[in-house]
Design a protein around this ligand. Structure first.
Ligand code: 2RA
Length: 350
């Protein structure tokens, strides 16, 4: 019997990408049940080329479900993932509710698929999109050279802040296009007025050094997530990690610059070879031909793209890289689907 999958949050931004991804990947599922808030119940959505009616989130919705994916806000996951688990499903959660719970594995199949088997709460977490946009490449380099420190800056797309983020950026771009704005202090801010949406400053014609909420000592929640999640996924609880998270006027695809320091000396040739052969990574690194990843080219694709690989001029143990990943695909829906497939393979193994 092929396992039954529930997609909770099927009508949301990530849920929509999830249905697309489930329609494109090898079909390991029997029934796919679409679950959303009662408000969306009765709507029909297409998955695997078939129309499926959305059912309301309730205990009964998990009846007979083997794997339940959650693409919903933290508080909804916090309440319902344990209910799905109690009903016998393995919950794969894309919210922040359980990521740092020591009894919940945080899984990126290319890096730590084995961790998915140890799930005492019946819940597996999917990392935050910023961590996910770089961690597959970092995992591959770590396996060879032994990672000792990461210093990263992110260039995060508006869709990381949801549909509101995308709508805000599009509205602001419409307000500034064809104008002379961007030449005087505050002129963009005055033009967009109060419409900064989920961002603390205008995003059009701008970069904003902030993502998430304020935590202790001036760090943002996003910066702490990159640190804590990288440590947990790589199994390096003392890894030195410093992140500065920045929002840029890109619709979808997060980028990061990475300074990665290793236990051992590195060369660009070795790094190229590892990255070129790493599953889930595309090496695109030929600056002489203008070849490096950019969000405009990467958006809509599955892999982690890596370019601008250099050995640090002052440290033979360190590399500098530029990494891009679609924050809605590998950064969210795709990784969740991959984890669910790992569980499906386990459940159907002879
Ligand atoms: C962002 N990483 O880009 C967040 C979303 N989870 O805002």
């Amino acid at each position: 019997r092929k396992p039954t999958l529930a997609v909770v949050g099927a009508t949301g931004a990530v849920g929509t990408v999830m249905l697309e991804i489930l329609s494109q990947r090898e079909d390991v599922w029997g029934e796919i049940r679409l679950v959303a808030s009662p408000r969306s119940a009765g709507r029909k959505l297409t998955v695997r080329g078939e129309e499926v009616e959305v059912v309301a989130l309730s205990e009964e919705a998990f009846e007979g479900v083997d794997v339940a994916m959650f693409d919903v806000p933290d508080e909804v996951s916090a309440r319902w993932a344990p209910i799905a688990a109690a009903k016998g499903a393995v919950a794969v959660d894309n919210s922040g509710a359980f990521r740092m719970d020591p009894d919940v594995p945080l899984v990126v199949p290319e890096v730590n698929a084995h961790a998915a088997r140890m799930r005492p709460r019946g819940i597996i977490s999917n990392p935050n999109c910023t961590t996910l946009s770089m961690i597959v490449a970092m995992g591959a380099l770590h396996a060879e050279f032994g990672l000792s420190e990461l210093i990263v800056s992110s260039y995060q797309a508006a869709s990381g802040a949801g549909k509101d983020g995308v709508d805000t950026l599009r509205a602001q771009l419409a307000a500034v296009v064809g104008t002379e704005l961007g030449t005087q202090p505050g002129d963009v801010r005055r033009a967009v007025g109060d419409t900064t949406g989920p961002f603390p400053a205008p995003l059009a014609l701008n970069v904003v050094p902030w993502a998430g909420s304020l935590k202790e000592d001036g760090w943002s929640s996003e910066e702490l997530k990159v640190r804590n999640e990288s440590r947990k996924i790589l199994g390096l609880p003392d890894l030195r990690v410093t992140a500065t998270c920045v929002r840029v006027p890109v619709i979808t695809t997060h980028s990061l610059t990475v300074h990665a320091r290793f236990e051992n000396e590195v060369t660009v040739d070795q790094a190229h070879e590892i990255l070129a052969n790493a599953p889930g990574v595309v090496l695109f690194d030929n600056p002489a031909e203008g070849e490096f990843p950019t969000p405009a080219d990467v958006v809509g694709t599955d892999p982690t793209w890596v370019g601008r690989v250099r050995r640090s001029l002052d440290d033979p143990n360190a590399l500098e890289l530029f990494v891009c990943g679609d924050n809605l695909r590998k950064g969210a829906a795709l990784n969740t689907a991959q984890i669910a497939e790992v569980v499906a393979a386990e459940l159907t193994a002879p």
